[in-house]
Write a protein that binds this ligand. Sequence first.
Ligand code: SF4
Length: 476
Amino acid sequence: MSFSDIPVDVGPVYEGERIRSNQMYVELGGPKIEKHFELVKVRNVKDIEDGKVTLYGPDLKDMEEGSRHPIGILVEVAGKELEEDLEAVFERRIHEFINFINGVMHLNQRYTNWMRISKTAIGKGFNSFNMMGTVLIRLFKAELPIIKTCQVTFYTNVKDIEKPYKLALDTYSNRDERARGLHDGDVDMFYGCVLCQSFAPTHVCCITPDRTSLCGSINWFDARAAAKVDPKGPLFEIPPQECKNEMAGEYVGINETMKKRSLGEIEKIYLYSGMEYPHTSCGCFEAIDFFIPEVNGHGIIDRNADSLAINGLAFSAMANQTGGGKQLAGFNGISLQYIPSPKFQQYDAKKIGLDRGIDLVVWMNSGLKERMKELLPKDIIDKIATEKEVNDINNLKEWLKKNNHPIVKTWVETEEVEDNEEDYEEQGAMIPLGTQTMTIPGTGGFGGFKLILKNCKIHADTIIIKKIDTKKKKSN
Ligand code: SF4
């Protein structure tokens, strides 16, 4: 396959290239544009004109430097062995293939896709969607030989994107609805995906009926179809084998695969926990489930949130901490489809005496709550705060009490534990593990201070406790 007719280099070496705002010529899609999408549809051979690229709206060369535009990418493919279940998996390859182009950065998927074209690429003559479409068609046919013919259509203006955008949303919603009807206990095979290892080398997605991939674009049916047609490809079977802990979702077969595919970095995962051995997070996750220690509950913020989370952090700030293939207790990259699953963080909930994982959730950004409204149990939805009701953690506690959120009953239990601890201290008994109280004398003031660490794990190379010499400070 040759790209000698394309004025910039094309190859996997350019995956991971970042284009900062000062290097960017033009931005397509992304959080500041309302409607954008990418979609793959399987068609009949007779309905496809192989190699054809069509554009509705302005071309790259007609766009002003520094401007932003809608972007719709519709890839239509045909081939005797193709089936509809493969569409989502093919669609995820758009991200990979566009990132092969030197000077083009592609992020996210579905209706959150976001691209930047660099000034350097435009300067070299990469100034037409026809070139981008040609690269996509060649790569789709070369990398996925079951695709025999392929055509690509781009939409770059507000008017023309309307109809295909609706088609895309309906397609995503049908895929998600089908997946919601199936649960982990109904199947005897799970699937893995390592497509994101070019960005996050230790990340392996484990895709089960209850846990759609973090990017939200590959559900269990899609993964099954992909592993069937290309068993040596980036999606593969994971035989679950023995279940070691049903509540946590710990399986021998998943642990073995994680260890092998993460090159020994990840020893085990709990599918249904964000707090202990959580699933790794790459960077493409649709949302972040984060622990809020002050109320013992969880918050969820999605990629489209336009306000800060209740902990004062933006999605992007938390995403930097969460992603990269790490396994970080308390920060878990998730798909939106995992939230309504009955398995959602069930291990964390049961551990603190709640019936359902969703009862842990005390805060969501308002856009996400609106999207989830119809999918979540009716008795919890009004008890979840958003940025519209509460804007800081101090107010959140009162709001949850007022709305009788189930998390509140876990505070009562904590208060009871505190009383017991005082009894233990008076009797000189050992404090139960997991709730440690330390008094550090001589650190300033009278009698030092008391640290109470409840249900927490701290990992630190060094802790430095410095005495502040108040007299010295005054004399300065
Ligand atoms: S997030 Fe997971 S399923 Fe989605 S492309 Fe990346 S590795 Fe594959």
